[in-house]
Structures are given as C-alpha cells and as structure tokens.
Design a protein around this ligand. Sequence first.
Ligand SMILES: N[C@@H](CCC(=O)N[C@@H](CS)C(=O)NCC(=O)O)C(=O)O
Length: 407
Amino acid sequence: MSIQNTVSSWEELLETARKNTSARRVKRPGQSPSTAPIPSSLHKIPPDTTPPVLLYRDTNSWCPFCERVWFALEEKEIPFATEFIDLSNKPQWYVDLVPTTLVPAAKIEEKLVYESKDILLALEERFPSPALLPEDPEENAVARQLVEEAETNGFRDIVYKFLRDAPADAHELANLQAAFEAKLDELEQALAKYPGPYFVSTFSLVDIMYSPHLDRLAANLPVYRGYHLKGNPRFPRINAWFDALNQRPAYQRVKSDNITNNLLLRRRWGVEPIGNPLPLDAVDSEKIQYRAEAAERLSDNREVAIGDILKNSGVQALAADGDITTIKEAVDFHLRQLADYLINGNGATLPGGRTGGKNSSIDPIFAAVGAIALAYVRNRICAPRDMSAGAATAFRVAVDKLLTSVY
Ligand SMILES: N[C@@H](CCC(=O)N[C@@H](CS)C(=O)NCC(=O)O)C(=O)O
C-alpha cells in the first residue's frame, strides 16, 4: 500500500470535518495570522457592508486587553472588522493614529477610541443592548466604579509581580505571594456582594475587565509558581466565577487555552517553569465539535502548516542531499493521520507507523520526521489565533496520542 493511501486524502478529511462543525475562518494568504475568526454577528449586516466597528488588535491574539474588547463585541453581537497590528514591527500609520501606540484601539463608527476600558464603555454607550452594565442606577454606579478600580487598584501589578518576577530569595517570594493572596481576597469579597456568580447581579463589563488576567493566572501559576487558583478552597467565589464564565459561548470563542498561556509566558516573558504543564482538559478533547474544528483548521490550512514545519521545525536537516521531497511527504502523511485521528479516532486503536506489523521494517527517517512535525505543531498551535481553545486542546490531546505510535 502506498503511504498516501493509508489515510484519507485532505479533501475527504476536510469534507468530513466540515460536516461535524460549523466553525469557519477566513484565510489570509501570505499574511500573519494566516486565518482570522469570523465574528458571530457578521450575518446581521448585508454582505459587503462595512461593519460599524473596526478593532485594531495584536496578530497573535495574546493581548489580554484586546481580548476584553473582543469578548464584549461577541457578547453584544456587534458586527466588527479586525485589523491586525504586528507589535514587533508596528506600522507607522498605526503609531501616527493611536496616541499611546498600544493595542487595542477601535473605530466605532469612524470615531477612534483607545484604552481597553474606554473602548468597553464607548461600546456600551453606542450599543446599549444587550446591556453589560446593570440597569438599576445604583448598581450601575457600583459596576462603573468597579470597572475603574480594575485599572487603578493595583491588581495587575501585584498579581503579575508574583507570576513573573524572579524573587531574590524565598522570603521575597513569600512576600509576593502574600500580596497576591491579599489582592485575590479583595476580589473574593467583591464577588460576595451581589447574588449570583458575577461581580454584580448580572454578567457585566467588570467580569470582562478581569477575565483575561485571571484566566492567564489560573493557567500559569501552577506551572511557574506551583500555586493553584482553580480548586483553591481559599477562593470559592473566584472558582464559581470561572465556572460561570466558562458557560458563556462568547468566552469560549475568545479565550486562550492553558498550554498557549504556558508557552507564551516562557517564550515571550522568559519565565522558567518549575512544574509540568497542566494536564490537558479531557472534556474538551472528547467533544466532536472541537475535534472536528481542529481537523477542519488543519485540513483547510494545511499548506501553511506544512510550509511552516518544513521551514522552522528542523526536519530539513533530515533531507538526504538537500532533497526535501520525501520529508514533505512524511510531514504531509503525519498531519493527515492527525486530522484523520481527530475525526475518526476517538478511543479507537491507534493506526501505527508507516509500515506496522511486527515483521515489517520501520523507516526511521520517516518516523523521525513525523515525530518532529507532530511535536512542533503541538507547541505551535495558538488559541484563539489559530482555532478556539477547545479545538486547540483536542488538537494537542490527539497529537500526544499519535506520538505514542509513530515508531
Ligand atoms: N492600558 C492599555 C494597555 C494595552 C497594552 O499594554 N497593550 C500591549 C499588548 S498586551 C501593547 O500594545 N504593547 C505594545 C507596546 O508596548 O508597544 C489598555 O488597557 O488598552
């Protein structure tokens, strides 16, 4: 049997994947990012009309402040367009346009607004329904105050100091931890003031202000500080708040996943892990819509994925006489096997390597290329830049499974 015939073709894989998920993205040939999400509300305006909001955000979807604005746009179902700004090489027009030169910024019906908090308030003013601030005037004032305080109460400074600073000794680390816990105690108390899991009696901009930061902390503290926020009995309300947030479809669209957060802290901020990454979320990885979304993304964007692996993973070093034809074939095969496993392989016996069977010989170069390609994409996938957090989790779980059968 030829290699190509042992798993389905890309066309077959894409077709099956699309039958199992409605998730689609726009392709951006030759640009970064190579695909972009389609706002869930875009169908509300006629095709080819300009949406009322233009969001300027970071290319990698790592920016927690951009996440706030995206979260609100999705909650309020406001149609919007996105302009991606490369923060490592900001275009001069952006620097000229936005006084702080930071992302996010937005044009709301042509009016420029910057600073995530101010964008949230401006969106609320222009698109009041569904409301993300309470209707009751008293509670509305409390919520507005909490939104302001989220920027001024020292929360970010204190929590990220504990996460990112390299303390001189155990005493200093203990001080950073104590300051961090005291700050979270304040949030815990704030969450107790109104009935229900949120900061006020309904989901609001206050939750949006805190969510990207608390999510990153919950993912990274166990790995970088050996400290657990999720399941910590000191913070029952924060934990109930996480659970409530996770029920919101808009949050599922915009949030990142634990592994992306873990990798980002090491690569972008140079923080050294002291523990292993969190275990992958088994629930998300088993859901067919996430598995299909991951397979759809991989199949639809395969050319970019394969090109990236060939260029950046190190597999080129295995090419005999510099000829990458067989290397490319091996990468292509293993990625198709991954897409196939995502769609068809939940719980099934693993397919085995290229040859299989105990009397057949394994081609070690073919297997090595497969192992490199799979390990590389596992840590390359970034949620939600490339796919939703649920799909990225399903993707990584499937890769881990396949890596057990490469040789
Ligand atoms: N206070 C700002 C903070 C925005 C911010 O720090 N954005 C970062 C990305 S996470 C940025 O634009 N960095 C680029 C730079 O510092 O030049 C807000 O809430 O919008």
